[in-house]
Write a protein that binds this ligand. Sequence first.
Ligand code: HEM
Length: 174
Amino acid sequence: MSIVQQLMVAGNETTTAALAEGMRLFATNPDQYKKIQDDPSLIPNAVEEVLRMSSGSSGIWRVMHRDAELGGVMLPKGAMVMMRYHAANRDPKQFENPNEFRVDRKNARTHMAFGKGIHMCVGNMLSRKEMTVSFQQFAQRMDNIRLKEGAELHYPPNMMLRGLANLPIEFDKK
Ligand code: HEM
């Protein structure tokens, strides 16, 4: 039951959030949307860039197995820490101009949206595929995606999951 529950939450909320974030990023970066429309071979990389900029999983808890130091802070064995994937994904040492959304970013796939190590997301290939197919459909069918005038976006407060509660958009039929 626990595994089924985890699959339902981990496999549903996260991908839903990532799809909406992709739509939001395309709506607010029309030049980048134009790029994937003109060259759909960029879409798999655009998926990685969406995950880097704004994945549905913002952080996760871990328990320290041994004493360690990080950035001058002592982390004692047994302490509970929260790794912030979102912070790693905007690390300027790793990503040039990290707050810019670039569908052709060369190292976009080095993000941490799916974690790392033995617990790395088991559904990563599935969600990557779902996002790729969805973005291909957007690009083929929707022109000029934009946020509705006066749209106010709302993210419910949550330490682990980050997803839009609403996304009012408009577009032209292609
Ligand atoms: C964009 C979509 C997704 C994101 C951002 C995401 C993110 C993550 C992250 C950050 C972890 C934790 C990794 C760690 O502890 O190091 C994780 C674990 C997991 N994810 Fe995903 N996930 C996504 C989609 C999915 C899908 C589609 C499924 C299943 C169909 C899934 C199932 C799981 C499961 C079962 C785990 C636990 C793995 C383990 O503890 O060994 N996830 N995911």
